[in-house]
Design a protein. Sequence first.
Length: 132
Amino acid sequence: MDDKHLIEIARKAKENAYSPYSKFKVGAALLTKNGKVYTGCNIENSSFGLSICAERVAIFKAISEGEKDFEKIVIVADTTESIRPCGACRQVMSEFGDFEIVMVSKKNEIAKSSVRKLLPFNFNGSFLEIQH
């Protein structure tokens, strides 16, 4: 699936965002290696720490459906520069490998990167192994 189609899917997902406090809507479209697409939008809560980003919604939906192999994620927002995933989203993405990240602005400016480039020193499961 090409980026243009995924961008449109992410823009449609953005319209479902629940952002009554910030008014900042974000949409995401996650493409799995199996060709399935999972969408996400940001969901705020009056207790701000309980809010969740669009990227994690899409990833968690995919995981809950048994998908763990991702090809790319497209993130869109009405920003002047292409949107960037927050640190929490970068860490969650890194749990599932190094895949492409396509970040899009309201003017359709596109920046591309990868999980590893955006979070080169991630925390991972190797730190959880018991040392003898």
